[in-house]
Design a protein around this ligand. Structure first.
Ligand code: SF4
Length: 405
């Protein structure tokens, strides 16, 4: 039986769900490992990959490093972020925190300040926490196995595999966006690779393809192949070193595999923020652990339930808008304000939200700071020293350029 037919035979035992999803029956999950070894000539695949990687592998600042600290930082930065966006952050980060001890000793605010603009700030908070665990519990030395690495905050199976294989040469598998697509196509997976059974098969494949030694090079070659050749649209199959091993290519199903992720439903929100001035200072609020962008600073901000119904702000009666913002600020900060004009509207997206942020200015008139609120008056010229949310930074730049108060 050809490899294609064998793998297809796994996939013929599928459960069908009401929403049309398919997943192989449970017993097929246990057939996969043996079948993989029978169906793929992994030694030949590795040879082809190696010679392709020598000619075409990407040159990246974090390549060929035996320092788990550097590999770790680069991998965390690269989650949800492009290589081009990461490079300047990576370089700045190592100037400031050259090793795990300097990171562990730092204040979380300094880490967030260096992370500002990269998004997904829990990554930065977890880096800081994990650095402290490495120093306090492991005496500054990274755990030597992928399993032990996964006990650290923010390190999942992929990142642990990357650190263990890239920096320590261990035979630790990886599956991330590029390799998920590549493996799913090599396997000709006609069901969703994100299901439990799909994940099991992908990780088994990722493990089976690795050599016992120098697995880091093979993992990096696989990632590069996924990124440069086995692209989401129009993969360059004629120039792929694994063409002869690829079921999707044999079946002519490259465009259908992998099955795309179900689209996330987007929710539209309208937020309001107010820059309140008192002399040469503005009022900032630190975002709390249960909030988006925890640890960063921002102008007092909230999602509008009633203040701005689904209408353009300039269509609302001005007095009612002003009164509702004044009341909201009183409740949130304890201050009475003299309401100023709409300064700008910033559109941005966060996970499944598309947000329109209405930015107002105001002057403090009276009142006392609410004691349980994390508020602080900060000189306008010192805003650059605070880690701000991306929208907070945009508004801060407008305020610093003058003419808004
Ligand atoms: S042959 Fe085409 S679809 Fe298959 S792994 Fe190579 S680039 Fe991807």
């Amino acid at each position: 039986m050809s490899r294609c037919l064998s793998i297809l035979s796994i996939q013929s035992f599928v459960s069908r769900f009401e929403d049309g999803r398919q997943e192989p029956a449970l017993h097929c999950m246990f057939m996969s490992t043996d079948l993989l070894a029978e169906q793929f000539d992994f030694s030949a695949m590795r040879r082809k990959l190696k010679s392709w990687y020598q000619k075409h592998g990407r040159e990246l600042p974090w390549r060929n490093l035996e320092d788990p600290y550097r590999v770790w930082i680069s991998e965390i930065m690269l989650q949800q972020t492009t290589v081009t966006a990461v490079i300047p952050y990576y370089e700045r980060f190592f100037k400031r925190f050259p090793d795990v001890r300097s990171l562990a000793k730092s204040d979380q605010q300094d880490v967030l300040a260096l992370w500002e603009g990269l998004g997904y700030y829990s990554r930065a908070r977890n880096l800081h926490k994990a650095a402290r665990v490495i120093v306090d519990v492991h005496d500054g030395v990274f755990p030597r196995s992928a399993v032990a690495l996964q006990t650290l905050p923010g390190i999942g199976r992929y990142t642990a595999g990357a650190i263990a294989s890239f920096a320590m040469g261990q035979s630790a598998p990886i599956v991330e966006a590029n390799t998920l697509r590549l493996y799913a196509r090599l396997l000709g997976m006609t069901y969703d690779p994100r299901t439990t059974a799909g994940q099991k098969l992908l990780w088994d494949f990722a493990e089976a393809i690795l050599p016992k030694k120098n697995a880091g090079d093979v993992n990096q070659a696989l990632m590069d192949l996924g990124s440069l050749v086995c692209t989401p649209q129009e993969p360059d199959c004629p120039n792929c070193p694994l063409l002869n091993f690829c079921d999707a290519a044999e079946l002519g199903k490259q465009a259908e595999i992998p099955i795309p992720k179900q689209k996330t439903k987007i929710t539209e929100l309208q937020d309001i923020c107010v820059a309140i001035r008192d002399g040469n200072k503005v009022l900032l609020r630190q975002r709390q652990p249960n909030e988006r962008w925890a640890g960063l600073w921002d102008f007092p901000r909230w999602t509008s339930q009633k203040t701005l119904p689904k209408l353009a702000v300039n269509l609302l009666p001005k007095a009612s808008l002003e009164q509702s913002i004044i009341a909201e600020i009183r409740e949130r900060t304890g201050y009475e304000i003299d309401h100023g004009p709409l300064a700008e509207v910033i559109k941005h997206s966060v996970t499944r939200y598309r947000i329109e942020l209405f930015c107002f200015t105001a002057k403090k008139v009276s009142g006392r700071k609410k004691s349980n609120e994390p508020l602080e008056w900060v000189p306008l010229k010192e805003l650059d020293d605070r880690p701000l949310s991306v929208t907070g930074r945009k508004f801060a730049k407008r305020l610093q350029s003058g003419g808004l108060f």
